[in-house]
Design a protein around this ligand. Sequence first.
Ligand code: G3P
Length: 220
Amino acid sequence: MKIFLDTANLDELRKGASWGIVDGVTTNPSLIAKEGRPLEEQVRMICDIVDGDISAEVVATDAKTMIVEGLALAKIHKNIVVKAPLTRDGIQATAALAKEGIRVNVTLCFTATQALLAAKAGAYIISPFVGRLDDISTNGMDLIRSICTIYKNYGYKTQVLAASLRHPIHVQESALAGAHIGTMPFKVLDQLFNHPLTDKGLDQFLKDWAKVFQESGATR
Ligand code: G3P
């Protein structure tokens, strides 16, 4: 499963990229607004940090303007994936942009039938939101499983990007379900490293090493 960071924060992206395991970035209008820079400027800086798919979202709500915005976003950098919401206009814009060879990430997906529409429109990525479904007492992971099954049944090429992942179990279950991509906040990516037995084991290795090689004055 590809790992994307769900943030527009440059410090978080630099740190994640330095670990060598970040395959791409997803942003949305809320995440861009949090950083306080104009969209285009922020997105260019993100493209300089992470070499992979970078999703940048349109803010228009009518198909015609979404297409204009999408074309402009796609010109910013070769790695830009245009993000459009799963509305009637968003799907219309997705179909039009896909015909022009532009890669579209259809976002705000909450049902498997919405995901079917996105695939039929030629979306490059579908973004089902796991955590926001869990928030309303609906199993978000069931949605990931259903979409993966439907896409497999018909051989759709659209990639399933598990979004709104809030903790490591969401990441693990997305991978088990066969999601192509999991996007997560920096905090969740950081949590994936942690295990107390890793820390304890390393501590013991270093103590044993030091006892023999450092206390005797030898270096190895
Ligand atoms: O990728 C979508 C994501 O930004 C939504 O996450 O935690 O706001 O539901 P959340």
